[in-house]
Design a protein around this ligand. Structure first.
Ligand code: OAD
Length: 239
């Protein structure tokens, strides 16, 4: 089957925890990151939820509060500005809502959202909860315990097909602030087209995906630099 045509005005911005670091939110794998202080299998896995749901709720209640108290930084704001001239889709592994609060209108959350709770009986029953905690004993309309609308390890990310479709059409893929070690999210970048401009802005990464140009540095400095260039040129290049 022929591939979808590339849309010269379309940019996909793929983000990870590093883009929110300068908003004061901890990343996962940097030194003193979240997984250093909280064992991932205990607080963020399907098994952890079965064994000790209270601890999992506590962990995400704190994350939800931290995210609600954080503000979008210059990187989130610059990405939102791109909508003035380009067709922008943000595909994020992040569970905070800083892209939306910066003004981005098309954000796909692969790993869920902190500001939502979900039924443990019917996964389509989702509730907006803002910054409020989820407590043990708090139930959905079907009377089963509520859990965070977060993808635990051992569960499938959300909206993968939709994300893939957008990357295939993009003339530019900008990846920001991810260690690119979590699958299947990281492998989405392999779908970027050969002729697309492909840039990765991050501090540390073990493996640069094929065709991507690494720009090592802080998101709040480098993302506005590239976004401003594209806006002033009116086209998406990796130069
Ligand atoms: P990681 O913590 O694995 O990686 C964060 C990346 O951001 C690293 O490459 C850092 O070098 C970089 N970084 C840190 N500060 C930065 C800054 N100011 N500017 C630019 N880059 C910076 O976070 P993710 O790759 O997002 O999943 O992790 C992916 C997934 O693993 C998360 O979505 C989460 C986690 O387990 C789930 O909870 C399902």
């Amino acid at each position: 089957m022929p591939k979808a045509p590339i849309n010269p005005q379309k940019i996909v911005v793929f983000t990870g925890a590093g883009i929110s670091a300068e908003s004061g939110l901890k990343t996962f794998r940097d030194s003193n990151g979240l997984w250093e202080n909280y064992p991932v299998e205990v607080v963020a896995s399907a098994n952890g939820w079965r064994n000790n749901p209270e601890l999992v709720l506590d962990f995400y209640n704190q994350r939800r509060l931290d995210a609600a108290n954080a503000e979008p930084n210059k990187a989130h704001l610059a990405i939102a500005e791109l909508e003035k001239k380009f067709d922008v889709v943000v595909i994020t592994q992040n569970v905070d809502d800083l892209h939306e609060r910066a003004g981005s209108s098309n954000v796909i959350h692969l790993h869920g959202k902190l500001n939502q709770a979900r039924s443990t009986k019917d996964y389509n029953l989702i509730y907006d909860i803002g910054s409020a905690p989820i407590q043990m004993g708090q139930t959905c309309a079907l009377k089963s315990q509520l859990r965070p609308n977060i993808v635990f390890f051992g569960e499938m990310p959300h909206f993968l097909d939709e994300a893939k479709h957008h990357i295939l059409e993009a003339a530019c893929v900008l990846a920001v602030g991810s260690s690119l070690v979590v699958e299947p999210a990281a492998s989405l970048l392999k779908k970027a087209r050969f002729h697309a401009s492909k840039i990765l802005i991050t501090l540390e990464v073990d493996k640069i995906p094929f065709g991507f140009k690494l720009q090592r540095g802080k998101a709040a400095e480098l993302v506005p630099y590239f976004c401003n260039r594209w806006l002033s040129m009116g086209k998406l290049t990796n130069q």
